[in-house]
Design a protein around this ligand. Sequence first.
Ligand code: BGC
Length: 743
Amino acid sequence: MKNTMFRGVVALVAMVVVGTTLVGCNSAEHKKAIENRKIEKLLSQMTLEEKIGMLHANRMFSSGGVARLGIPDVWFSDGPHGVRYESVDNGWASLNWDNDACTNMPALSALAATWNKELALQCGEVIGAESKARGKHVQLAPGVNITRSVLNGRTWEYFSEDPYITAELAVPYIKGVQSQGVAACVKHLALNSQALSQYWISSQTDRRTLREIYLPAFEAAVKRGGVMALMPAYNKVDGLWCSENKYLIDTLLRNEWGFDGLVVSDWNGVHNTVSTATTGIDVEMGTAIKEKGLYAFDKYYFANPLLEEVKAGNVDEEVINRKVRNILRTLLRLDAIGKRPYDTTGMGAILANPEHVAVARKIAEESVVLLKNDNKVLPLNPGQYKKVAVIGVNANTKFSLGGGSPKVKAKYEVTILEGLHNRLGEDVEILYAPGYKLLHRQFVAAQHRFTDEFDRDFPELAAEAVEVAKEAELVIFVGGLSHEHGLDCEGYDRPNMKLPYRQDELIAAVQKANPNTVVVLMTGSPVEMGEWYHSADAVMQCSYLGTEGGNALARVLYGDVTPSGKLTNTWAVRLEDMPDIKLGEYPGNNKEVCFNEGLLVGYRYFDTCNVAPMFEFGYGLSYTTFEYSDLEIAPVWNDSQEEFEVAFTITNTGDREGSETAQIYLHQNQSSVMRPAKELKGFEKVSLAAGESKRVTTTLNRRALQWWNEAEQCWTDEAGVFSLMVGASSRDVRLRGEFELVK
Ligand code: BGC
């Protein structure tokens, strides 16, 4: 009692006497000072062996703690679309728990197609909450690599070819995850743009391209998102593995961006002890060093070998201390020190609860992209057709457990077929035929060279599909890609941009049998359109939609939801049109891959070099129509101004509600350096009732004008006139204006 009173009096005196210190007490600096004191206190009590024990995996998905000091093991989980199932300590296999199933959120490529920052935040919140409930400290997400080669089997796990939208969605996602007391881990730094040879290849690009295209999302994750963890990529950059790349990790991340969180290697991404240890990476995970068939955690580069190097005087103990400090700092920020190490009480009420699956469904609904809708075939009228044929493997496949590390054991996943049944009820007869089948071939990750593995056709299944199509009043074809090795799957690149298993021919045959065919392509990356496209009235595209996918898609097809998704990767007419292939190189020479196309990635290339894509970046139709008007921008952006406002009006000119994403692109008319024809610098999504108008205001920041000046090593803007374009897509520019940067 006495003590408490005494403390109260001291606090009061402190408040009265040093009022300013009181503000100081709450300041970030003060908090940091307290944090540092706690860190140093813990560190001072640790032996060298205990410290080293914290720097490497002690199970497949955890690194060591120091129990006697209340420092827990650090638990990691994949990934961007949900919390991975519990696996055995020494391997990847599931423990087959019956209570670890989660919400499978739509893939990041789907989240990106929503262009909805609020949904990105909510997505992060759901994943963070489920991760926390599952006792995790670090959620290995989001992946923010830029789509350079559309063949990269991880395209579906990433946001876009464009750095701006990637950053704008990654930041709220990260904030969402971390708001739940779990660290997000942005990955994979950097230039990991293909699976082929990724474990040994070096990605080469100039520094300006690195800064303007490949790094902005990482930079935003650190500076604006406050991300607590980061993972270097598998590949090399400038001949050095990313995990020991001092330029990326030390110069950029730690020093320039001031990142003081946890850098965790990719699984098996460390290749040596001293060189990696003397780089600013903290924890080594997943090394493939085995003894008697088991992962030998104490033989990892950052385990006994590091201990030996420290003892031999080849690595200073202070190097080890720095790493331990980063881990402790992260754990302190998560309030995880001195707590029950792996607390999963109460998880049942949280995993895939109704609020979480509602968010999953909303994202799925908003992500669907309407590519074509001639004669207003869509939305379908549920009362109109009583016999519907659903054709295609993707209608009847669950995707959550596929694709590599993002796999999620979903509490449930509604297939498209089930979604259509749910939507249409008993009144409508649904016939189903797969038309082809997935072959599930096994290839060696990162080594598989392409053959014709996806050219197989299945005449009998195709004939059956044609018969079923003839019988029905309406056909909904649901095909696309899948998570098989060599398609949308980590570890492999696609052989080409075509639909596998001769789906182009199958769709054409089905259309011929029944012209009333709606095509749904479920693909996590762009595909070439076959001849059938020209005869199709309605084509929809979506990525992998997660737990509520089937319900969401059915609701969009039948008009309960107006589609508002827009593409975040350019869909080329054919693969050969892609800039990595035309100007740069893909897949490189097995040692090196040169990003010679430089800044001209995605639409930056198509628009600057006037190449017509099949579907441009930012493209997506609606069931309603929108008009843009009354662009208002000041004529001058003064040097002293950090920000600049742009305003315009969007009107829903159709007869139903809908949402529109307006995109703001900039181009500097004259510049001392090459500037792409158009670069996305802002976007706003608005919902409008039929006939409604809204004034949209958006703020551009100074970075929108700048380019990376290699000579001076800084962001630079030049006085001069800029064209500002407001578009419904990158090519459908509705409003244009100009302003001058006056310096
Ligand atoms: C992937 C990472 C993932 C890790 C752990 C690696 O293969 O590249 O993104 O987090 O596995 O599953």
